[in-house]
Design a protein around this ligand. Structure first.
Ligand SMILES: CC(C)(COP(=O)(O)OP(=O)(O)OC[C@H]1O[C@@H](n2cnc3c(N)ncnc32)[C@H](O)[C@@H]1OP(=O)(O)O)[C@@H](O)C(=O)NCCC(=O)NCCS
Length: 160
């Protein structure tokens, strides 16, 4: 299922779970991360922010047949200006549904939709944690090439 812009009503709760899992399931180089809980209302607030932004968002979800629930999602940020790169943002498959190449399928479907709906959008950028081998495997197979590296640092501040 693919849509542009605001999250369809029927997928609000499913998308809230997806974004909550994004806060806990991504490898983070051992840096502690706390669960960031999303609700349907928060998804709507996020939709409103996106609606005012100069970028559009193209989302693809995969549904689990038996339960009808959202099992995974991916999203692309699409700039208004032709020629500027689109941004491959979140991708997640719920842990119970991993191992079926759904991450790859989600990305390929969303990229196909990008080229159909936004034919001027011919370059896509993304960012990956170096320790996220599962996502890197997908991106390398899709054809992403490394262009730059950045680092994240953490400093423990001793309390007096
Ligand atoms: C990246 C991701 C979508 C890949 O999931 P997927 O499409 O189901 O992966 P695949 O089907 O290609 O899995 C290949 C193998 O790796 C395993 N695998 C995939 N992701 C795994 C994970 N996060 N942890 C442990 N094993 C994982 C699968 O079970 C499968 O094993 P098998 O070959 O023994 O069956 C998934 O790992 C995920 O949602 N990660 C958390 C979110 C994330 O890091 N997103 C990227 C930042 S935007």
């Amino acid at each position: 299922m693919t849509w542009e812009g605001r999250t369809p009503e029927e997928w609000l709760d499913g998308m809230a779970l997806m974004r909550t899992r994004m806060s806990t399931d991504t490898p983070n180089a051992g840096i502690e991360q706390t669960e960031d809980v999303w609700t349907a209302d928060r998804i709507r607030e996020f939709d409103d922010i996106w609606a005012e932004s100069p970028r559009g968002v193209l989302t693809t979800i995969v549904l689990h047949d038996a339960s009808g629930k959202v099992a995974g999602y991916t999203e692309l940020g699409v700039p208004e200006e032709a020629g500027r790169p689109a941004d491959q943002m979140d991708t997640l498959v719920l842990s119970d549904h991993r191992g079926h190449r759904l991450g790859m399928l989600l990305k390929l479907v969303n990229l196909r939709e990008l080229s159909t709906r936004f034919p001027d959008s011919t370059v896509v950028e993304t960012i990956n944690a170096e320790d996220n081998r599962h996502m890197l495997d997908v991106n390398e197979a899709v054809g992403f090439m490394p262009v730059a590296y950045s680092a994240r640092w953490k400093k423990e501040i001793a309390r007096a």
